[in-house]
Write a protein of this length. Structure first.
Length: 85
């Protein structure tokens, strides 16, 4: 993805950590770098646009979109906390 001379990225990761389970979308997105957005939550084979009050559950697949480095930071953040649980 290229727009306005900025490289973008789209990545998905599965939530496997209690660190994120139970957080609201609003809480999780407040922890993301600027330029990264949670675009989609996939749960039980259904996709939905995230609402601020939705709760993240173990097994959810989160799709992040945005600036390449910001998306990579979000994936690393989720993975880092998954590995520490």
């Amino acid at each position: 993805m290229r727009e306005l001379d900025q490289d973008g990225d789209v990545q998905e990761i599965e939530v496997t950590s209690n660190e994120h389970a139970g957080k609201t979308v609003s809480e999780l997105t407040d922890e993301l770098s600027e330029g990264c957005h949670l675009a989609l939550i996939s749960r039980n084979e259904a996709n939905r646009l995230p609402e601020p009050d939705d709760r993240i559950e173990i097994g959810d697949h989160l799709t992040f979109i945005g600036r390449r480095e910001a998306v990579r930071d979000a994936i690393a953040y989720v993975q880092r906390n998954t590995e520490n649980t």
